[in-house]
Design a protein around this ligand. Structure first.
Ligand code: SF4
Length: 254
């Protein structure tokens, strides 16, 4: 059976997308995927997509575009939790970029063990459960997830069953993406002293840039309909902000 997905379309502006995210207002909108530099907060890229395109989708291609077009030697990037995906973590590793990405909270089913309770042993390529059972590798799914499974006979007598599988005949399955180690590296970066400094800067730089666009340059609302017009508005806003930033910097230099 093929799964079908209902996509909501605006009747007034079919180009935009319906954004539905946790803790955010649901609406038809466009998204401005923006990059700013860490030193002067110059907007180095502003790319508009419909509101239903996830932040992580255009990220690596936009990063590459900036590297190619401006010849940037990118040493580090700081991103919010929406970008914490395996392909982005691997992409940053492949480009030798120090990635710092905010932690994303996954809500495990209430009362059940979260995944971090199962310890990964790289040497043996196994997970060890809270009761000390070794979960061996069984198979890799088409989506690139390696599956580690428990022995249901041992689980049947486990005192922690109620916090794990909750069924005597069920096997516990822990998954691990083939690129998971890159995600773990990004986590280590985030907790490092430089990672903490970089992430603090992210809030002061790109968040500030968005706030200025909305509060000082009228980017809270689209002036015209259509992806092309929304992109023009975003690019003009970015150009104005950059001119102001450059002028301020030159004035400081005298
Ligand atoms: S139910 Fe099985 S996998 Fe879960 S903690 Fe007990 S022994 Fe480990």
């Amino acid at each position: 059976m093929t799964e079908t997905k209902e996509i909501r379309k605006s009747t007034t502006d079919p180009d935009c997308g319906f954004m539905s995210r946790e803790n955010k207002q649901e609406m038809f909108c466009y998204l401005d995927h923006r990059t700013t530099d860490m030193k002067f907060n110059i907007i180095t890229d502003a790319y508009v997509t419909p509101g239903n395109v996830h932040d992580s989708v255009p990220y690596l291609s936009r990063l590459d575009r900036q590297i190619e077009r401006f010849g940037f030697k990118v040493e580090a990037v700081a991103l919010d939790s929406g970008y914490l995906t395996n392909p982005i973590c691997k992409g940053l590793h492949d480009r030798s970029i120090f990635g710092v990405i905010a932690h994303r909270r996954f809500q495990p089913t209430k009362g059940l063990f979260p995944k971090w309770k199962f310890t990964y042993d790289k040497e043996q390529d196994i997970y060890v459960c809270p009761n000390g059972q070794k979960l061996g590798y069984r198979t890799t799914t088409r989506d690139g997830y390696r599956e580690y499974k428990s022995d249901p006979k041992r689980c049947a007598t486990c005192p922690l069953l109620n916090q794990c599988t909750r069924s005597k005949n069920k096997q516990k399955v822990v998954t691990r993406h083939v690129w998971e180690e890159h995600k773990e590296k990004v986590r280590i970066n985030r907790l490092s002293p430089s990672g903490k400094v970089l992430y603090k800067y992210r809030k002061e730089k790109v968040e500030r840039s968005f706030a200025d666009s909305k509060e000082l340059h009228g980017l809270r609302y689209c002036r015209l309909r259509g992806l092309h017009n929304a992109s023009e508005q975003v690019l003009l806003t970015a150009a104005c902000q950059n001119m102001k930033k450059i002028a301020t910097h030159l004035a400081k230099l005298g």
